[in-house]
Design a protein around this ligand. Structure first.
Ligand SMILES: [Zn+2]
Ligand SMILES: [Zn+2]
Length: 311
């Protein structure tokens, strides 16, 4: 194949997309207590009753000796920088709160020329949001020389138990020359392309560079029909993150006429409650295309496949 075949623009395309993972974070007793106290601008730690180690944030069990017996402590708001890393304006540092035996990881919100031992003081958020950022960070403060003292503290009455959380990973997925050409032709020509294997003579849809059976390079693009046969289907009742349709709907494997491989798409255009009566394995289906003016250049340019009646 020559590269001139790949896309109209001559460039492989890419999809800017994101993986979203929403979940609920269970804080646990110690971290929940710590976060609740932060909202009241109090920094808490814990002292292990067995080995006397002091940690900030407090721990449910001692990381050194494993003991679960500990005393909650109100910690001073001052400490020293032990290590840091900088990226642009952002500085993340390990801070040894006065009286603690381990470091706390947090932001340096103001001040530069850090050195090991630089004195810092806690800076609080103006409005609490029930997160670690209720403690906005630490500011360099040369005047924070007096080493404060940790003292026993009362636990807050109500402790934060759960936090809504969302991890988002943004990335660009390169279609590569084969998918780019497929999507380009779907949008502009309303035709579905596969690639032809010179050894087994099968047409692979979506088109790909190598035959998945013979492991040889495919040699040319071939247009296949927008009609085919239903090979298998599932009725989706469950809602989950990332769905583009509201359940219930039918997800199916379709073998397009002229192709040897299955395409995954939805089958619709009928009452899903009657799907088991209406659908049968091997039945003919055809593509229902999105309006030309609304073409987007993905497999969703086919809205769905519908059963062809009368056969
Ligand atoms: Zn201990
Ligand atoms: Zn082959």
């Amino acid at each position: 194949m020559t590269s001139g075949l790949f896309t109209r623009a001559g460039e492989p395309q890419a999809l800017a997309t994101a993986l979203n993972l929403p979940y609920t974070l269970t804080t646990g007793q110690a971290a929940g207590t710590f976060l609740t106290a932060l909202a009241g601008k109090r920094l808490l730690g814990s002292r292990c009753e067995h080995c006397q180690r002091v940690t900030v944030p407090p721990h449910d069990s001692c990381g050194d000796c494993g003991s679960e017996r500990h005393t909650l402590l109100r910690m001073p708001e001052t400490g020293s920088v032990t290590a840091w890393t900088q990226r642009g304006e952002e500085i993340i540092a390990l801070i040894r709160i006065d009286g603690a035996d381990v470091d706390l990881l947090h932001r340096i919100v103001s001040g530069d020329d850090l050195e090991p031992g630089t004195r810092v003081r806690a800076t609080w958020a103006e409005r609490p949001t029930s997160s670690i950022l209720d403690l906005a960070g630490f500011a360099v403060d040369a005047a924070a020389t007096s080493v404060g003292e940790a003292r026993p503290a009362e636990a807050p009455g109500e402790v934060l138990r759960e936090l809504p959380y969302r991890l988002t990973l943004e990335y660009r997925h390169a279609y590569g020359p084969y998918y780019s050409r497929l999507f380009d032709e779907l949008a502009s020509e309303r035709r579905i392309l596969g690639s032809h294997c010179p050894r087994c003579a099968r047409v692979l849809v979506p088109p790909r560079q190598r035959c998945d059976v013979c492991f040889v390079e495919t040699e040319r693009f071939v247009e296949v029909a927008d009609t085919g046969r239903l090979q298998a289907y599932s009725i989706i009742h469950m809602e989950f993150v990332g769905q583009t349709r509201k359940p219930p709907y039918v997800y199916a494997e379709i073998v397009l006429d002229g192709s040897a491989t299955k395409l995954i798409h939805t089958v619709a255009g009928f009452d899903v409650a009657r799907a088991k009566e209406i659908l049968s394995i091997g039945m003919p289906v055809r593509a229902v295309w999105r309006k030309r003016s609304e073409a987007i250049g993905t497999l969703d340019d086919i809205e769905y496949f519908e059963p062809v009646s009368g056969e």
